[in-house]
Design a protein around this ligand. Structure first.
Ligand SMILES: NC(=O)c1ccc[n+]([C@@H]2O[C@H](COP(=O)([O-])OP(=O)(O)OC[C@H]3O[C@@H](n4cnc5c(N)ncnc54)[C@H](OP(=O)(O)O)[C@@H]3O)[C@@H](O)[C@H]2O)c1
Length: 333
């Protein structure tokens, strides 16, 4: 058996490129006592990967030069010398950008492959679904009747936030790039409206779709869109800082919010969060979201690309807005 993997070779400047990693194929190692061997089936591609490649302090340590690139994955146990796992179990965890991983079992979650198709454990029932659930409900503190604006509205996180907002009696409005994504947001995800930011300034769209202003803004993109939204928030608005993808590949310092005095004027709050802080409550979110899926209230879309070898180029789809749904690689069948 051969393990195909990508190790970090250089810290990127701007958009990452293939030469920022080393691709290798080498024989798969044998698990030792207390270890198990996992064959990855699907590997998650996440905007945060760009940040993990930078040196310096963050919410997780940087990937060091020479390390296997950090990545979440779903896989099948193919050999085990660990008491809690057996061959044939399905698991998810941070298995890295590689086809085979040795694990000591720590931070591995067992999956019920009968309950949902495996890719769902990287999308709505995985890290991005958890991000939407806890970021929106625990940080956004929505109330029925709230106008909820969501950027990257058709993406892995944004699409789930919009649907939960609707379930909770709010009025979700999306911001997305392009006509097809905006149509999908309204027709399939239940957004009340969607603003195509690629067509021009978003102020008229906000005025049209959020005439009373914005109660909750779930921000996935930062930059100019955040600035524009800040001018339209309501009294006691909550701005959830989930991410700032428009800034991740900057070669100049990140653009901070210009219009932040609007927080003072509107007695509003802007708060960041990291999904990993909610790990102890993932089971609660998975249970609730599975229930909503069964009731037909929650759908998710996966954008699956074949082949681990395509990793460097496929990752770039996220920063160009070329993914439609949760982006992941299928690395085995
Ligand atoms: N805080 C946490 O714990 C946590 C955890 C997971 C993810 N996140 C964050 O959540 C956000 C969404 O992640 P995801 O996995 O769901 O990705 P995603 O939304 O599925 O994909 C990224 C999307 O961002 C949009 N985008 C890219 N460049 C942009 C730009 N310059 N301006 C505006 N929009 C841009 C694109 O959508 P359009 O085509 O619509 O432009 C693209 O499809 C990211 O910021 C990520 O870092 C945070």
């Amino acid at each position: 058996m051969i393990n195909k993997r990508f190790r970090l070779a250089a810290r990127p400047v701007g958009l990452p490129k293939r030469s920022d990693w080393t691709y290798e194929e080498l024989p798969v190692a044998e698990p030792k006592d207390g270890e198990l061997l996992i064959r990855s089936l699907y590997i998650s591609l996440d905007p945060a990967m760009r940040g993990w490649m930078n040196a310096g302090k963050s919410y997780v340590p940087p990937v060091e030069i020479g390390d296997v690139m950090r990545a979440g994955a779903v896989g099948e146990v193919i050999a085990s010398r660990h008491p809690d796992f057996k061959a044939g179990d399905y698991v998810s965890g941070m298995l890295g950008m590689q086809t085979h991983a040795i694990s000591n079992g720590r931070n591995l979650f067992k999956l019920d492959a009968q309950a949902a198709p495996l890719p769902k454990y990287l999308s709505v029932l995985g890290m991005t679904g958890m991000t939407a659930y806890f970021g929106f409900l625990d940080v956004g503190l929505p109330k029925p009747g709230d106008t909820v604006l969501v950027s990257a509205a058709t993406g892995a996180v944004g699409s789930i936030v919009g649907q939960i907002a609707k379930i909770k009696g709010c009025r979700p409005v999306g911001i997305a790039g392009g006509r097809a994504k905006c149509e999908y947001a309204v027709s399939d995800l239940g957004f009340a409206g969607c603003i195509d930011y690629k067509r021009g300034p978003i102020f008229p769209g906000i005025a049209q779709h959020c005439p009373e202003g914005i109660d909750v803004y779930f921000d996935n993109v930062g930059g100019e869109i955040l600035d524009a939204v800040l001018t339209r928030i309501r009294l006691h608005a909550r701005i959830v800082i989930c991410g700032a993808i428009s800034q991740y590949n900057n070669t100049t310092p990140i653009q901070g919010p210009k219009n932040y005095m609007s927080l003072l004027v509107n007695r509003a709050r802007m708060e960041g969060f990291v999904v990993f802080d909610f790990a102890a409550r993932y089971a609660e979110a998975i249970h609730q979201m599975s229930q909503w899926m069964k009731e037909g209230l929650l759908v998710s879309k996966e954008d699956i690309v074949d082949g681990i070898e395509t990793f460097p180029e496929t990752l770039l789809k996220l920063y160009a807005g070329e993914n439609f749904g949760k982006l992941m690689l299928r690395v085995a069948h």
